[in-house]
Design a protein around this ligand. Sequence first.
Ligand code: PAF
Length: 282
Amino acid sequence: MRTLREIPALRDTLGECRRRGQRIGLVPTMGNLHAGHLSLVETARHHADVVVATIFVNPLQFGAGEDLDAYPRTLAEDQAKLEAAGCDVLFAPATRELYPRGLERQTRVCVPEVSEGLCGGSRPGHFDGVSTVVSILFNLVQPDVACFGEKDYQQLAVIRKLVDDLHFPIRIVGVPIVRADDGLALSSRNGYLDADERATAPELQRILTELRAALQAGAPIEATLASGLTRLSEAGFIPDYLELRAADLGPVTASTREAVLLTAARLGTTRLIDNLTLTLPR
Ligand code: PAF
């Protein structure tokens, strides 16, 4: 695996691959890789001849007071994991390489509607930061396929719309959530949890699973969500949101069948997100 830090070297390397007719798969990450990221690499391998992973802790997607400085940076371990997973190229640029004019003067990409509410409601500007960096990476790598985790359900919806609206000729592949044995969705932020919080954290998925069963059995939506918020608080979470949306993140209507239950909740200072898809009864 080659690790590249600068744009010209990335363009040269991928230009050669493209001239050889190789299909390129992209896995954008912020590093501190876990099995969820490695399943993105594995999926990219199925769809492409050359897998490019990126590691960039993107300052543009962190709000004031969020964990940009604390975000774990573990490049050497990440390189070893990517190499073992069969990644071909790692692009790990410095901030000034992607944003040479500084953050304030950076051109930004905004994907309206789908970026609003849910995580976009509690993290203003977050999805503009994601959409901007992902657009830059799409332009630099020009992948045939790009893989994103379904844990970040809203992010995946934002990126699908971004690709559609800006006519990027890229196939977006969503990859199922990878969970620990106790059900907790893997996340780089799980490392912030202390032992007690880590023991409580799987309750998030257990509560979602119970709510899903109730909703699939026809329980009224509003009352089920209200009881879910109470359950989350009783378990020790500070819920940010708990919502049922149509699978495309539009509102649930009488004709909605494919839906998604989404939550974000804080445990101590750590913000966790999770979601489960479900089919509503007629
Ligand atoms: O999901 C992430 O890790 C990030 O939001 C992404 C897509 C790599 C953009 O910085």
